[in-house]
Structure formats: structure tokens, C-alpha cells
Design a protein around this ligand. Structure first.
Ligand SMILES: [Zn+2]
Length: 166
């Protein structure tokens, strides 16, 4: 389920980890979407339409969200040998699943959306359904990006100032 709100989460993470490039933070927050796009291109998963719900249990189920988060975290730990970095990346990947649970079913965008599958059986789903309401959905999507961007820009300014003083 393509969504831009996750980008805001990635940008805002700059506040707690100023050393990691924002591109990596955004990639982590959208990692599950990247997995989805690969599986979608391969014909395995589908996007929701107005008539049918999506089929994306390998990228978007809650259980796979946990799996991808651990995988990304351990990969970063192996690569960087830095526990804090690994923890932040793993948490960011999982933030995608969390945010999708809050938002799904996103019926404001996809009328037939059924919510987040828990396991691989897509008849069992969870979701608080905040994106059922069109206004909330739009404010949510763009609001997250805007707030994330403001946090990011503020953090960059702070880093620059610190650098100029020392
Ligand atoms: Zn998603």
C-alpha cells in the first residue's frame, strides 16, 4: 500500500540519529514498501483497488513486519557493528507496520481495502482504520511528511550551528 506518511517518520528520525544520512532513514521507513514493489513487479502481491482488497501478506502482514525489521536490524548490525544504528533502522522498518495498522483499512483511498493481514491468511486482519475518513487520511499523509520535514530541517540547522561554533 503506497503511502507517503512513512517518509515523514524517516525524516523525523534525523532528530535521534543526526549522523545517519536521511536517505537511509527514509529507505528504512519505506523498506516494507520496497519489498512490496518488488513482489508486485514479480506478480506475487497486488495493490488494493476500489473493488478488491490488496494481497500483500509477504510485505505487509504484521508477522512479516516483525521479520523484515529484525532482518534489516541484523543486517545493519553486521554491516556497521553499531548497535544503536541497528536498533534505529530496525525500529524505523517496524514503524511502517505500526503506522499501517493505525491507518488501515485505508478505505478513503481504496474502497475495498481490508486492513493489515496478521499472518499469511488475508482473512485475518487488524487495523484501527483511521484512514477510513478522507479528511483524516489526507491530513495524516501530508501532515506526517510536513512535520517530518520540519523536524529534519530544524535538526540540520542545529547541526550547522553547532559546527559553526566549534
Ligand atoms: Zn505500506
Amino acid at each position: 500500500m503506497p503511502a507517503i506518511a512513512h517518509i515523514g517518520v524517516g525524516l523525523a528520525a534525523k532528530r535521534i540519529t543526526p549522523k545517519i544520512n536521511a536517505g537511509w532513514l527514509i529507505l528504512a521507513s519505506e523498506f516494507i514498501e520496497v519489498i512490496f514493489l518488488i513482489l508486485w513487479a514479480a506478480g506475487v502481491e497486488t495493490v488494493p483497488t476500489n473493488d478488491t482488497g490488496s494481497y500483500s501478506p509477504y510485505s505487509h502482514s504484521v508477522i512479516m513486519g516483525v521479520f523484515w525489521s529484525f532482518l534489516a536490524g541484523f543486517f545493519v548490525l553486521w554491516l556497521s557493528k553499531n548497535r544503536k544504528t541497528a536498533l534505529i533502522i530496525g525500529t524505523l522498518v517496524f514503524s511502517h507496520t505500526l503506522l499501517d495498522i493505525i491507518a488501515s483499512p485505508k478505505t478513503a483511498f481504496f474502497a475495498a481495502d481490508i486492513g493489515m493481514p496478521i499472518f499469511f491468511d488475508i482473512t485475518q486482519t487488524v487495523g484501527l482504520g483511521l484512514w477510513r475518513y478522507e479528511t483524516v487520511a489526507y491530513i495524516g499523509e501530508y501532515g506526517f511528511v510536513l512535520i517530518g520535514l520540519l523536524v529534519y530541517l530544524n535538526e540540520r540547522r542545529r547541526i550547522k550551528q553547532t559546527f559553526a561554533v566549534t
